[in-house]
Write a protein that binds this ligand. Structure first.
Ligand code: SF4
Length: 416
């Protein structure tokens, strides 16, 4: 969601005549912030301290993103070097203030590294109506606002016309999507978007186990465009902890969804989030989460230690009773476990042909992209595979996080 916000603001700035440059040469630095964990918030403060040196009377520092809803007033008081505190999505006044200040039409534009436009993020829901007890998102992003289906489809169509080959539909809880004009939920939206001529891939994230509907899995399974990847945060493998988190489901339900998804799409990529050390997490509860990892064999697990976020139910009403060292031990234990699982799982791709959408070149000048199941892929001896091209790759090697293989030209799309 933050990447989508950054892209949105960058697009507006580029359209207004600004260009990206190195910090040393730039007039304006904009920090798009995340406060989902204390560590992310601390990074914002340390970055602002670093920028003190950079700041001059002619230069502008702006802060946007989730920290604005949480600590906007604190920022203004504590960091006088900050010129603008910009709420998410409310960029008009900020852009007007820049326009009054800078003659941005001068200067030589640099190539826009990394901005290939192959994949386009489309927000379909802003905010979240859930109230998970650990989560700051509803406070900083507000309640759900659903974008009309017609507007989503129009944006996707435009993105494809502008060269995008993949669109990613975004919502904090994307499964909750309902068209405000009565045209149905996420499954219908996906059906509409996947029909757009020229669109090669469609992803959506993030799903919620309480809201994901069987119909959506069926649409995925029947489609050549919708990618076979599900981002389905479980957060804990223990029912007592799930209840304390107010997640709204039990493990029995989570298992049933994964079973159904894997029955329909045996090779589906499964990504999850887990928090260790949530208040009240006993050793037995932690072991249930550990056992879940072994049982489910997720492709990717985003692991985090619980940190109380001011303004959440857990921070105000639950004791943060798992000591830091113990949280760290649990985190490291799961990291090591998952590393082994991911390595074993990724190795199963060796010898298979996979479709890769090329996104760019890595630091060794090798084309990279992702397979339909979400895994990163590196193309060795690629010929001239170019960003935006869909190619077939025979997988020769694998690590925990990626597959490496060679181009199969007979089955690949010709370079544009
Ligand atoms: S569903 Fe996700 S975004 Fe919404 S409150 Fe729960 S964790 Fe936060």
């Amino acid at each position: 969601m933050n990447s989508a916000d950054s892209e949105d603001l960058a697009r507006r700035l580029l359209a207004a005549g600004y260009h990206e440059d190195s910090l040393e040469r730039a007039d304006i630095a904009i920090l798009n912030t995340c406060v989902v964990r204390q560590a992310s918030e601390d990074r914002v403060y340390s970055r602002l301290h670093e920028l003190k040196e950079w700041k001059t009377a002619e230069r502008t520092i702006a802060v946007t993103g989730c920290i604005v809803g949480k600590e906007g007033d604190v920022l203004r008081g504590r960091f006088p070097q900050v010129d603008a505190v910009v709420p998410i999505g409310e960029y008009e006044d900020f852009l007007a203030s820049l326009e009054a200040r800078y003659d941005y039409s001068q200067g030589e534009a640099l190539p826009q590294a990394g901005r290939t436009g192959i994949s386009h993020y489309v927000r379909v829901i802003q905010g979240c109506d859930h109230n998970c007890t650990f989560c700051i998102v509803p406070k900083v992003r507000g309640r759900e606002r659903h974008v009309p289906m017609e507007d989503v489809v129009a944006e996707c169509r435009q993105a494809v016309a502008d060269g995008a080959r993949e669109v990613v539909l975004l919502g904090q809880n994307v499964d909750d999507y309902t068209d405000p004009t009565g045209r149905g939920g996420l499954a219908n939206l996906v059906r509409e978007v996947e029909r757009i001529p020229g669109l090669k891939r469609l992803r959506f994230l993030t799903s919620h186990p309480q809201d994901l509907e069987a119909e959506l899995l069926e649409v995925m399974a029947a489609s050549d465009v919708v990618c076979r990847e599900l981002q389905l945060p479980v957060q804990s493998g223990d029912d007592t902890i799930l209840k304390r988190m107010a997640r709204g489901y039990q493990m029995r339900h989570y298992r049933a969804i994964v079973d159904q998804a894997r029955t329909l799409m045996p090779d589906i990529g499964l990504v999850t989030d887990i928090i260790v050390g949530f208040p009240g997490e006993s050793e037995a509860a932690f072991q249930n989460t550990r056992a879940l990892l072994e049982e489910m064999e997720f492709d990717v697990v985003h692991l985090a230690m619980y940190s109380p976020r001011q303004g959440t139910f857990a921070a105000s009403r639950m004791e943060d009773d798992v000591p830091h060292e113990e949280k760290l031990r649990r985190l490291n234990d799961l990291l090591a476990l998952q590393r082994g699982i991911a390595a074993r799982k990724t190795a199963r791709w060796i010898g298979r042909d996979v479709e890769v959408l090329i996104e760019g070149l890595d630091e060794l000048n090798r084309p990279y992209g992702r397979i339909r199941q979400g895994k990163r892929a590196i193309v060795l001896r690629s010929g001239d595979a170019a960003p935006g091209q869909l190619i077939q790759v025979r997988v020769l090697q694998a690590t925990a996080g990626q597959v490496l293989g060679v181009l199969n030209p007979a089955k690949s799309e010709p370079a544009a």
